[in-house]
Design a protein around this ligand. Structure first.
Ligand code: AMP
Ligand code: MG
Length: 339
């Protein structure tokens, strides 16, 4: 399949380009586009055929549901059940990097929700995403536009690397604003529950939901979260800042190491021949979160056989950041523990 790649002004998307992308979506094709979190791989959320194409292109396991994107809160009742109180809360928190889980209406095919009676809904704030949804006239299902198991794409180049030849169109709108996926909150449970930490500030969410529960590692199966997302192909471990230098010097005797760390830590580690990928400043965890997935992809190109990533404080933006780092490092850490 030939993939068309078009540059678009992210903030003032050209009408002609949006029209072309919308036509592809309406004809049940696949178009990747920038959102404020990461790039999404869009298809009509009303079409089973289109949904199946998304799963095939990404090589995504069929039990991992897709988030449905709308342009306006007032469109929610056409695809999901939500009372006035819930709609009011969603309105206050949208548009932005937060996704709400609601009971779905029949119009949304089971292929989109992986058989679940619930649908995840988000109203993005990105002008290109909004223009595309409006012009398409249908809700757009859009998982991250990466191959399953690869880090989510924060630049069009990442989408091109993973999906060129497999989808109809890629809109290149430059770098996304946040770099980590949306925060997902379940509004169907008795107590509103965060299913996935993400780009929306958790402290801010607590202001709207004082009894907010955050799902920690539990036996409860949240669709999709059992998969090893976000990980580079290169084995990677995460290490506390204090012992990073020592660990690097130890492990570099056996492995070709590449360190992913803050600028400040990078200045302190002065080991000969060790590659470094700078994530950003320790003082700005949002910046580090923004760069994380892009740096994971750089690690895969570095030629190293082990990545060592610095750990950060699990507070504010550091919560979602560390969640992604730990997920990416999980498998390698288990191997190291087993010896
Ligand atoms: P992605 O868009 O690739 O970041 O992945 C979407 C994620 O949203 C999935 O992996 C699930 O964790 C979550 N999600 C989407 N739809 C549902 C749903 N109907 N029920 C529960 N979780 C969902
Ligand atoms: Mg994803």
């Amino acid at each position: 399949m030939k993939t068309i790649i078009l540059k678009i002004d992210p903030n003032k998307p050209q009408k002609k380009i949006i029209k072309k992308a919308a036509e592809i979506i309406r004809k049940n094709g696949l178009a990747a586009f920038p959102t404020e979190t990461v790039y999404g791989l869009g298809c009509s959320a009303l079409s089973r055929t289109a949904a199946l194409k998304v799963f095939a292109a990404k090589n995504r396991p069929p039990d991992n549901p897709l988030i449905v994107h709308l342009a306006d809160v007032k469109d929610i009742p056409s695809i999901a059940y939500a009372d006035q109180k819930k709609l009011e809360l969603i309105k206050q928190l949208s548009p932005g990097p937060v996704t709400f889980l609601l009971r779905k209406r029949k119009i949304i095919p089971d292929e989109i929700t992986a058989g679940s009676p619930k649908v995840a809904v988000r109203i993005p704030s990105h002008p290109t995403a909004l223009a595309l949804i409006r012009e398409s006239g249908v809700p757009i299902a859009a998982p991250s536009a990466n191959l399953s198991t690869k880090p989510s794409p924060t630049r069009a180049a990442h989408v091109i690397e993973d999906l060129r030849g497999k989808i109809d169109l890629i809109l290149d709108g430059g770098r996304t604003n946040y770099g980590i996926e949306s925060t997902i909150i379940d509004l169907t449970s008795k107590v509103p529950t965060v299913l996935r930490l993400g780009s929306f500030d958790i402290e801010e969410l607590k202001k709207y939901f004082p009894n907010l529960k955050i799902l920690k590692k539990t036996k409860t199966k949240v669709p999709g979260t059992q998969y090893k997302h976000y990980a580079p192909l290169t084995p990677m471990i995460s290490v506390e800042r204090k012992v990073l230098g020592k660990k690097v010097s130890q492990l570099s005797k056996q492995y070709k190491i590449c360190v992913l760390c803050s600028r400040e830590t990078g200045e302190k580690i002065k080991l000969k021949g060790i590659k470094k990928i700078i994530l950003g400043s320790q003082k700005n965890l949002k910046e580090i979160a923004h760069n994380l997935f892009s740096c994971f992809r750089k690690l895969d190109k570095s030629g190293a056989d082990l990545g060592i990533v610095e750990r950060f404080e699990e507070k504010g933006a550091g919560l979602a950041l560390m969640n992604r780092i730990q997920k990416a490092a999980q498998k390698t850490a288990q191997c190291f523990q087993r010896g």
